[in-house]
Design a binder for this molecule. Structure first.
Ligand SMILES: NC(=O)c1ccc[n+]([C@@H]2O[C@H](COP(=O)([O-])OP(=O)(O)OC[C@H]3O[C@@H](n4cnc5c(N)ncnc54)[C@H](OP(=O)(O)O)[C@@H]3O)[C@@H](O)[C@H]2O)c1
Length: 184
């Protein structure tokens, strides 16, 4: 069977790698939100419990297989007003289990937050980054990845827009065997 492509998708403040503040994104970029919706449509989206709870407020992303990682997975916590939408949802207790749930799919998207990004960087085949211009205050940061560009990832596309740009990186090699180690 063909291996599932693991794609990290993230919007990052270019100057300081901020990705979140008080459980939410520090900015509103409708064009980027639409691109996120378009790219991830139909695929598994893997997220940490805090992103699930505070960012998307327990409202599963429609027409996607939502996989929430928590050390205490709970099953029945979808917000009332979202229950009629079509979605798939699973709660798992590790990234390894999340990827196992997605192993029959062509791609799986790692959609944050910071703790999930930092544990997945060594697993990712592709990085779909939105680099937001300017400095933002925040409390969560994308892991340092710049040192991997050139050695482990190469830039394959860049699209510039006023105030932000999209950069896509593809894996060129792994620093070590591609195994998952849970830091918890
Ligand atoms: N800019 C972007 O593209 C973007 C995208 C997504 C999110 N964000 C932002 O990121 C922030 C949230 O990030 P965060 O790092 O605070 O939280 P998070 O990564 O969303 O969730 C952290 C939680 O995930 C669970 N978890 C993480 N690793 C685990 C493991 N190995 N095994 C079991 N459970 C594990 C734990 O849940 P339990 O505590 O339940 O055990 C942990 O508390 C928010 O501000 C959000 O808006 C930004």
């Amino acid at each position: 069977m063909k291996k599932t492509e693991v794609v990290i998708i993230a919007a990052i403040a270019e100057s300081n790698r901020v990705i979140g503040k008080n459980g939410k994104l520090p900015w509103r970029i409708p064009q980027d939100s639409k691109r996120f919706q378009d790219i991830t449509l139909g695929y598994p989206v893997i997220m940490g419990r805090k992103t699930w709870e505070y960012d998307i407020e327990k409202c599963p992303l429609v027409k996607r297989f939502n996989i929430v990682i928590s050390s205490c997975p709970e099953q029945e916590s979808v917000s009332e007003h979202c229950r009629s939408y079509p979605f798939e949802l699973a709660f798992v207790n590790s990234i390894q289990e999340a990827l196992k749930n997605a192993e029959d799919r062509e791609k799986a998207f790692i959609v944050g937050g910071a703790s999930i990004y930092s544990q997945s960087l060594n697993l990712a085949d592709t990085l779909e980054l939105t680099l937001v211009e300017g400095s933002f205050e925040g409390d969560t940061f994308f892991p340092n990845y710049e040192h991997l560009i050139g050695s482990q990832f190469k830039l394959v596309s860049r699209e510039t827009h006023p105030g932000f740009r999209y950069e896509t990186y593809r894996r060129i090699c792994y620093s070590h065997t591609r195994t998952y180690s849970d830091p918890k």
